[in-house]
Design a protein around this ligand. Structure first.
Ligand code: FDA
Length: 326
């Protein structure tokens, strides 16, 4: 946790950002985590993953638009992504995964092979909630036409309440959007129960931002315990939950739970990030689990990249060592 805090704090300094952006030493890692600078560059990676049996969620990197014009540009890019995915072979792979009986299924009754993840601060949350809502709903309407799904990523805790409210209202009008909840937040047990009542789709993650103790557990063991408890609750009660983690110990525990409780493997999916634990992604897929890979692209990779470094400080310290070795 100390390494994580140090990396997140240091990387927020502008001189460090300039250094990382310019240094060729970081290039291989950036390339490993990010599928391309443009939508066109990222599509082959999506198509390849779907051809191999994975699902994907495409993410246009960026957060916190500074003007309304920037937010509208981001919205236009989301719509371009939805149209491009609908046209690409990634959406044409026949991979029917029936939804559990008695539960409403979006689109054609199968899980979509491709969907997108967006951030509500990219839709213009800093310019106003109503403005962000309009952009978000415009994206949802296009996605509905393509029978696909839009996940609203969860950001820093200063946005949690507004994000939960916006997504809650959206799920009452649309069947193709859902939440992300972070196990490190103290409020998540309550948010999760409300989402279960709404029959909304939820992705559960541990949480990637630097948060104060008033809102978030600081102890990794406690966060892991919350994660396992919440994931099990979702596997039993929630509507097509997404278990997003690379934590193999937790995944093994959840797989044992799924077997013991007769949870249908088609009724949930694992999710992992592009370029992280590819061996585990393959293993789960081969064992018959649904696995969705989160595929980010775009030039605004810096904040996403530093969160990935912070999750595994060994990556960062390896690069530092190479720098000092010259
Ligand atoms: P943990 O950090 O404990 O790592 C467990 C193991 O996984 C490590 O020991 C290592 O082997 C491997 N690992 C993890 N991260 C790695 C890395 N960067 N490089 C190499 N190995 C690594 N967060 C958020 O706040 N809001 C969000 O909307 C999302 N969305 C999201 C979508 C998806 C599909 C995923 C997988 C994750 C997110 N996250 C997120 C990020 C999440 O909160 C969390 O920070 C990361 O998933 C890392 O936590 P793990 O659960 O993997 O466990």
């Amino acid at each position: 946790m100390i390494g994580r805090t140090l990396i997140l704090k240091t990387s927020a300094w502008k001189p460090v950002e300039r250094l990382v952006r310019r240094s060729f030493l970081f290039r291989p890692l950036v390339k490993r985590f990010i599928a391309g600078d443009t939508l066109e560059q990222s599509l082959p990676a999506c198509e390849d993953l779907v051809r191999r049996g994975f699902f994907i969620s495409l993410d246009f990197l960026g957060e916190n638009t500074a003007t309304e014009a920037e937010a509208i540009q981001a919205k236009d890019e989301f719509i371009r992504m939805l149209n491009a995915l609908a046209e690409s072979s990634a959406s044409k792979q026949p991979r029917p995964v029936p939804f559990p009986p008695g539960k409403p299924a979006p689109g054609n009754g199968n899980v979509e092979s491709c969907n997108i993840s967006i951030k509500l601060t990219q839709c213009g949350m800093d310019q106003g909630v109503e403005f962000a809502r309009k952009n978000y709903y415009d994206v949802l309407r296009v996605a509905q036409g393509h029978k696909t799904f839009v996940r609203a990523d969860m950001e820093a805790s200063s946005y949690t309440e507004r994000t939960v409210e916006l997504v809650t209202e959206a799920t009452k009008e649309f069947d193709n959007t859902g939440f992300v909840f972070q196990s490190y937040l103290r409020r998540t047990d309550d948010d999760l129960e409300r989402a279960i009542e709404l029959k909304a789709r939820v992705r559960i993650v541990k949480g990637a931002y630097l948060e104060p103790a008033e809102v978030a557990y600081q102890d990794k063991k406690k966060v892991d315990e919350q994660y396992v408890k919440q994931a099990k609750r979702m596997l039993k009660a929630s509507f097509y939950p997404a278990i997003a983690t690379h934590d193999e110990k937790i995944i093994n525990e959840l797989n044992a739970f799924v077997a013991a409780e007769n949870v249908d493997r088609a009724s949930f999916e694992y999710q992992m990030l592009f370029g992280i634990r590819r061996d585990l992604q393959e293993k789960l897929l081969a064992e018959g689990y649904n696995v969705r890979v989160y595929v980010p692209f775009g030039n605004s990779w810096y904040p996403y990249f530093t969160r990935r470094l912070a999750e595994r400080p060994a990556n960062f310290f390896f690069i530092l060592k190479s720098m000092f070795r010259g």
